[in-house]
Ligand binder design. Structure first.
Ligand code: PLP
Length: 424
């Protein structure tokens, strides 16, 4: 594999998705120079179309006010419903199984309220030891909410000693070992720190065989890797839209509830009027009849201004298709990996799995020069106009996003890191 700058540029010239970069507004430094943005795993870059969608809502609000609910260019009353088919495609679901609402952590609590139902000897909630803090706080507080003790009923699975990633066999073995006392399993589709993509199908199957409910946090997976929630049989999933989905800071999040639960009025849930039957919602009656499917978990009417950038971005996903994005992503991240191995081998360890099917766009790097020098190298990268991010205890995450990153970005990043490490 040729790994020089000319080769990176040849790859960009041959990239069938290269023109999509022009539809994004990439950040610049104080002098107006474009930054090399590698942080789509944290906050995706802005699609230019997002501003138009937001302005459309502002315009409709100005001219129509309350009538905008039904008469807006894209009526607000059904705004979220129009997103469902594209979202369903991104997570491998049927439209009835997905809804855009709230934030990820809110949705996680709503889902756990319905699907973590400790009873008899099945009281435990299983998470990973290195779960994103919000997932851990949600899980732990849910255990306490049921009057249980996290020391006993919050089970953690961790990578083996000396390893960074979870082995699928170990996860399945833990599920089988703890099976009889497991009420719910909650895992990430893509682990935020290592970038590892878990085997959603195999782990969900094992969880369901063990008799527990299975939920997924797809924050780092949606728009990044293909996920097949419906076929896997997951009970629920939650995600945000501000990472690879490019929906903007604090964008309205998403949730999945499997179709087998769609008509279940018996499931306990924390309800609100936007989850009530659409046909009778405005009769303002006291009874609650949930909309079949994920929409039945909605609470209040959605923040349309915060949904608008998500709607704009999903239009791009619909036009390109996840398969084409994923194909470029595998090639682009593979190129970044090959460059790191060739130029930084021995000085940088890639924590992310090597097999493309076990990762998304992100590579997580440990610099083998001690935490403080690694932090100095990271600061140096920022000063040179590169935007990866830093996560304690000393990991640099860099994600070339297929919508707007180039092979040249990967080359320049590794070249700059090489220079920073030489200076460290
Ligand atoms: C894996 C994961 N879970 C949960 C969250 C929290 O999401 P929110 O703040 O949108 O609720 C994040 C945020 O980055 C995340 O990466």
């Amino acid at each position: 594999m040729r790994l020089d700058l000319d080769n990176a540029r040849e790859r960009d010239a041959a990239d069938p998705l290269r023109h999509w970069r022009d539809r994004f507004v990439l950040p610049q430094d104080a002098e107006g120079r474009e930054l090399v943005y590698l942080c789509g795993h944290s906050l995706g870059a802005q699609p230019a179309l997002a501003a138009e969608y937001v302005e459309e809502v502002m315009r409709d609000w100005r001219s129509l006010a309350v009538d905008g609910h039904f008469a807006a260019h894209r009526p607000w009353i059904t705004y979220h419903q129009r997103l469902a088919p594209v979202l369903a495609g991104l997570v491998g679901a049927e439209p009835i199984e997905v809804v855009a609402m709230n934030t990820l952590t809110t949705n996680l609590h709503l889902m756990l309220a319905s699907f973590y139902r400790p009873a008899g000897s099945r009281t435990a909630l299983m998470i990973e030891r290195h779960a994103f803090p919000s997932d851990r706080h949600a899980a732990e507080s849910q255990v306490r909410f049921h009057g249980l003790d996290p020391a006993r009923d919050l089970i953690e699975i961790a990578p083996r000693e000396g390893e960074d990633c979870l082995r699928t066999d170990d996860v399945i073995e833990a599920i089988e070992r703890e099976g009889a006392r497991l009420a719910t399993l909650l895992l990430p589709g893509v682990q935020y720190l290592t970038g590892q993509a878990l085997d959603v199908a195999a782990i969900t199957t094992a969880g369901r065989r063990a008799g527990c409910t299975v939920g997924w946090d797809l924050a780092h997976a949606i728009g990044n890797v293909p996920v097949g929630l419906h076929d896997a049989g997951a009970d629920f999933a939650v995600w945000c839209h501000y990472k690879y989905v490019n929906g903007g800071p604090g964008a309205v999040a998403g949730a999945f509830v499997h179709a087998r639960h769609a008509q279940r009025d018996d499931l306990p849930r924390l309800a609100g009027w936007w989850g009530h039957d659409r046909a009778t919602r405005f009769q303002m009656g006291p009874e609650f009849r949930p909309i079949p499917g994920a929409e039945g978990w909605q609470l209040g009417n959605p923040p349309i201004l915060a949904l608008a950038p998500v709607a704009a971005s999903l239009q791009h996903f619909e036009a390109v298709g996840l398969a084409a994005l994923r194909a470029k992503s595998v090639a682009l991240t593979g190129f970044l990996e090959a460059l790191i191995d060739a130029r930084l081998g021995g000085r940088v360890t890639i924590l992310t799995p090597r097999e493309p099917r076990a990762r998304g766009a992100q590579l997580s790097l440990r610099l083998e020069c001690g935490r403080d020098r690694a932090r100095a190298a990271f600061d140096g990268l920022r000063a040179r106009g590169f935007v990866p991010d830093w996560r304690e205890p000393g990991v640099i995450r860099a994600a070339p996003a297929p919508f707007y990153n180039r092979y040249e970005d990967a080359w320049r990043f590794v070249d700059a890191l090489d220079a920073e490490l030489a200076a460290a």
